[in-house]
Design a protein around this ligand. Structure first.
Ligand code: ADE
Length: 236
């Protein structure tokens, strides 16, 4: 997979050279390009924003540098890119969307700042490419950069071969194989820590009963913390 990121803060993406994503890049599973949007400005001050038509607070990112940047990164891969635009006005980013993006050949992340990118750029993306406007949650970040770090990690770990033990993908929270429940609690040695014992069931060696216990804990947690997830499930 090829991933290109366009941002006015390219330094934000240094952590992508670490850990699992870094290894995927080092092994050539992922080819990563980080691009400074200012490269596609043509004035002395490398201006990327301007005041909004209609008035109001804040600044809006100008369309011209974005148009040139998207044309340039599109040419970096033979396949038509999928564009991802993080925005608090997007649809919620989910594990299902992460799986969908993990199957694409070329992802381009467009990081907005200020009050966002001129809407004509977004409309151009929807008309020209497969485009997803996604939100990490109901809160506002200063720009798309932190969202891109999170989305990239969520997507790259799903590319076949990136995670050493793919079985760990099955049981985790939000996975289909776990009926999209939150994950059950996990324990390791020692059996007693600061007076807190590991639940006896997990020491029983009875795999059927353990699976049942874990499912009950997962349901219990989901009911308490995310009743919306239970409401979405098909009746079973
Ligand atoms: N940019 C600013 N806020 C955001 C959010 N909540 N999710 C994704 N991108 C954002």
């Amino acid at each position: 997979m090829r991933i290109d990121v366009i941002s006015i803060f390219p330094d934000y993406f240094a952590p992508l050279s670490l850990s699992l994503v870094g290894k995927a890049i080092a092994r050539g599973v992922v080819e990563l390009g980080i691009h400074d949007l200012r490269r596609w400005t043509h004035d002395r001050h490398h201006t990327t924003d301007d005041t909004p038509y209609g008035g109001g607070a804040g600044m809006v990112m100008k369309p011209e540098p974005w148009g040139e940047a998207l044309d340039a990164v599109e040419a970096l891969s033979p396949s038509r890119p999928t564009i991802v635009i993080p925005t608090p006005a997007g649809e919620p980013f989910t594990q299902a969307r992460a799986y969908e993006l993990a199957a694409r050949d070329h992802l381009v992340f467009a990081c907005g700042r200020y009050e966002g990118i001129d809407q004509r750029v977004i409309d151009h993306c929807h008309d020209t490419y497969d485009t997803f406007e996604v939100s990490l949650g109901d809160y506002v970040l200063n720009g798309g950069e932190v969202a891109v770090l999170a989305i990239t990690e969520a997507v790259v770990r799903l590319i076949p071969g990136v995670i050493g033990n793919p079985e760990s993908l099955f049981e985790e929270s939000h996975s289909d194989d776990n009926d999209r429940l939150l994950e059950y609690p996990n324990y390791t040695k020692p059996p007693v820590w600061r007076g807190r014992a590991v639940p006896e069931m997990l020491l029983s060696g009875n795999h059927g009963a353990i699976a049942q216990w874990r499912r009950e804990r997962a349901l219990e947690r989901t009911r308490e913390r995310r009743p919306d997830l239970l409401a979405e499930r098909p009746p079973s």
